[in-house]
Design a protein around this ligand. Structure first.
Ligand code: GLC
Length: 302
């Protein structure tokens, strides 16, 4: 599950409702990916210190998740300029890179005593579409080097170039002899179905688009997941579908059918996964006003 809307800067970082973490574990999820906008809490001049009060806030949530038996991925969600390709121009690109490396250096030191088995580092959510893949590979290599100094055994999650798309997976390169990496791809295809009515995804004009599970609906998904699996087998590298989901504009029965089929493919190929999203988002499966899950969606992804 993606534990969104709490530390990703999108909902003003509203605190989680008490009992939320238990509700995630009770629903049967084994792990949470926590999108965190570290850059919003890091000063803009060297040595680019992360606000200690923000660490305290994040730690409380991480500790609560671990205590509830959930494995935790610390996802560096959005770094302006690098994950958006745009953003404030007050720092040069090189300064932004130094700042990003300083963030990972601090995170690595801060979390080094957390267990390798249950805490994972995700370098960045969806690298920008304007960031050349070779440059992303260089950033990955540098971050891995920084993290390995304090954390020789932590699993590092690396997202594919160009917004975490599955078809860019072959463009990734890995530091030599580095095998403790999980490769992350996000899957929202067809976008015209999963993001219907959402203008930011250029699907604003789409409405009432069904997904029925017909052979024609399933075929492209089958092809994409088989492609990922072949890549994983050929390279010996595990794959995580770090985001998949459907927005609430989609017909409800279609949403359940699609999620259920994606889950069946995830299971078929032995990938791990994180649903997008818990709450505070049009992709949500949990309504914090009523304190209830949409049980048809939970059933779909069992
Ligand atoms: C990406 C974005 C997130 C968005 C999701 C679905 O992960 O970072 O904010 O809600 O995709 O579009």
């Amino acid at each position: 599950m993606n534990l969104n809307g709490v530390l990703d800067g999108l909902s003003g970082d509203k605190p989680m409702k008490p009992g939320m973490v238990k509700a995630i574990a009770k629903a049967g999820f084994e792990s949470v990916r926590i999108p965190i906008r570290w850059a919003d809490h890091t000063i803009k001049t060297a040595p680019y210190t992360i606000d200690p009060a923000f660490f305290t806030k994040v730690d409380a949530i991480v500790d609560e998740c671990l205590a509830a038996g959930l494995a935790v991925t610390l996802d560096n969600h959005y770094y302006p300029v690098i994950s958006f390709g745009f953003g404030p121009q007050d720092l040069s690109f090189e300064e932004n890179l130094d700042r990003l490396y300083a963030i990972w250096q601090q995170l690595s030191a801060h979390y080094k005593n957390y267990k390798d088995e249950t805490l994972f580092f995700e370098l960045m959510n969806e690298p920008s579409i304007v960031l050349p893949p070779e440059q992303w590979n260089d950033i990955v290599a540098q971050c891995v080097k920084i993290i390995r100094h304090d954390n020789p055994g932590k699993t590092i999650i690396v997202t594919t170039p160009s917004l975490g798309q599955h078809w860019t997976i072959g463009l990734l390169e890995f530091p030599a002899d580095e095998w403790n990496i999980i490769v992350d791809a996000h899957y929202y295809l067809p976008q015209t179905f999963t993001h219907q009515g959402l203008s930011y995804a250029m699907a604003g004009d789409m409405k009432d688009i069904p997904w029925t599970g017909s052979e024609a609906d399933k075929a492209p998904l089958d092809k994409d997941f088989a492609f990922l699996s072949r890549w994983s087998e050929r390279t010996g590298r595990p794959v995580n579908i770090g985001e998949y989901g459907v927005c609430s504009n989609a017909p409800k029965a279609s949403k359940a059918a699609y999620l259920s089929y994606i889950r069946s493919l995830i299971k078929k190929y032995g990938f791990s996964s994180n649903l997008w999203a818990l709450h505070r988002d049009t992709f949500q499966v949990y309504d914090e006003k009523t304190g209830k899950y949409d049980t048809s969606m939970l059933k779909a992804i069992k």
